[in-house]
Design a protein around this ligand. Structure first.
Ligand code: TA6
Length: 317
C-alpha cells in the first residue's frame, strides 16, 4: 500500500460552520462527502477532481432549528405538508448522534469511508408525533466515489401501536445550467402536480427538461433515474430501493425570491430529484423495520450523434 493510501483518514470527525459537528468522508482517489450531525444532513459530495456534485445555497442557514438549504435533507416522518407536522417532518432539524454500535449491516468490505448515525424519539417529539422509533442512517462514500445512504427505521412502540410515515431524500443536485438539463427515467409515468393541487397527470414520452417552476411527485418510478448535465457533460445516476416515488422540484425565479435562504438566481444551478415514498405511506407494526436506500454515482456523459446517451447510464451497472 502506498504512503498516501496508508495515511488517508477515511472518516474525520470535526466542526463545520457555526461550530456544528460534522463528519468528513474521504476516499483514496480524492472523492469526499460531508455530513452534519444536525439533520443527519449530507451537505457536500465531491468527485475525485474536487468538483461539488450537490447544491448548497449560498444563503443556507447553519442555525438550528432552521433546516439547511441544499445537500440532502432527510424528510421524515412526513413529506411536505402531507400531515400535521411541520413541512418535511422533524428529522432534518434534529441533532443526530453517531451510532457506535449499529446492528449488522450487509455491506461491501472495501467500503471504509462510512458513518452510522441514529435518531430516536425524544420526550419533546413524542408530544407532536406520539411514537417511539429508532432511525439508523448509514452514509457511505464508496471507493469509486459513489455516495450511498441507507435508512433503517424501526417501530419501538411499547403500546402495540403501528405507525405510518412518508419519507424523502430531498437531494439538491448541482447543475451547470438548469435549461440544459434532462432527467431520464420518468417518461410516461403518472405524477401528482403540486402546482395544481396535487392533480394527477401522465408524463409524455420525452425526457423531462426545464423552463419554468416544477414541483411533481412521480409515482411508481423505476429504480434508476439519470440527471444529465449537458454543459458539464456529466450524468448523475440515482439508484433507489424501497422508495417507489420520485419528486422533481425547481422553484424557478419567482418562487426562488420568496425563499429567504435561497439566492434569487440559484434556481439556475440546482435541481431536486428526490427518492421518496409518498403516495402510499409506510406502516410499521411494533418491532418491524423499513429500509430505504439511495445510491448516487456521477459518470461522464457519453455522446451518440451529438446527443447525450442516457440509456448507457441508465442501463449499465
Ligand atoms: O420537495 C419539493 C418541496 O416539497 C416543494 O414543494 C418545496 O417547497 C420544497 O420541497 C422545499 O421545501 P422547504 O420546506 O425545504 O422550503
Amino acid at each position: 500500500m502506498s504512503r498516501a493510501h496508508r495515511e488517508l483518514v477515511y472518516v474525520d470527525r470535526c466542526r463545520g460552520i457555526n461550530g456544528l459537528e460534522k463528519v468528513v468522508l474521504r476516499e483514496v482517489r480524492g472523492c469526499s462527502a460531508e455530513v452534519y450531525l444536525y439533520g443527519g444532513h449530507v451537505t457536500s459530495w465531491k468527485n475525485e477532481h474536487g468538483e461539488e456534485l450537490l447544491f448548497l445555497s449560498s444563503k443556507a442557514n447553519f442555525n438550528p432549528p432552521k433546516a439547511i438549504r441544499g445537500g440532502i435533507p432527510i424528510c421524515f416522518p412526513q413529506f411536505s405538508n402531507l400531515g400535521p407536522l411541520e413541512s418535511h417532518g422533524f428529522a432534518r432539524n434534529r441533532f443526530w448522534i453517531i451510532d457506535n454500535d449499529p446492528p449488522a449491516f450487509t455491506t461491501n468490505s472495501s467500503n471504509k469511508a462510512f458513518v452510522d448515525l441514529i435518531l430516536k424519539h425524544s420526550d419533546e417529539d413524542v408530544k407532536i408525533w406520539p411514537h417511539r422509533y429508532e432511525y439508523r442512517l448509514r452514509i457511505t462514500l464508496g471507493p469509486g466515489g459513489d455516495l450511498m445512504l441507507t435508512s433503517r427505521i424501526r417501530n419501538m412502540n411499547t403500546d402495540g401501536k403501528p405507525f405510518s410515515f412518508t419519507f424523502a431524500y430531498h437531494t439538491y443536485f448541482a447543475v451547470t445550467d438548469i435549461s440544459e438539463v434532462r432527467v431520464e427515467g420518468l417518461e410516461t409515468l403518472d405524477y401528482l402536480d403540486n402546482l395544481k393541487n396535487r392533480e394527477r397527470f401522465t408524463e409524455q414520452g420525452d425526457a423531462i427538461t426545464f423552463e419554468s417552476e416544477i414541483d411533481r411527485v412521480y409515482l411508481s418510478t423505476p429504480t434508476k433515474i439519470a440527471i444529465l448535465d449537458h454543459e458539464r457533460k456529466r450524468t448523475v445516476v440515482l439508484r433507489k430501493d424501497g422508495l417507489p416515488d420520485a419528486v422533481v422540484w425547481n422553484p424557478w425565479d419567482k418562487r426562488a425570491k420568496a425563499i429567504p435562504d435561497f439566492g434569487d438566481d440559484e434556481y439556475k444551478h440546482m435541481l431536486c430529484v428526490e427518492a421518496a415514498c409518498i403516495e402510499k405511506p409506510i406502516t410499521l407494526k411494533p418491532g418491524e423495520e423499513w429500509k430505504g436506500k439511495l445510491e448516487l454515482s456521477a459518470v461522464p456523459s457519453s455522446y451518440c450523434s451529438g446527443q447525450l446517451d442516457p440509456q448507457r447510464a441508465l442501463h449499465s451497472g
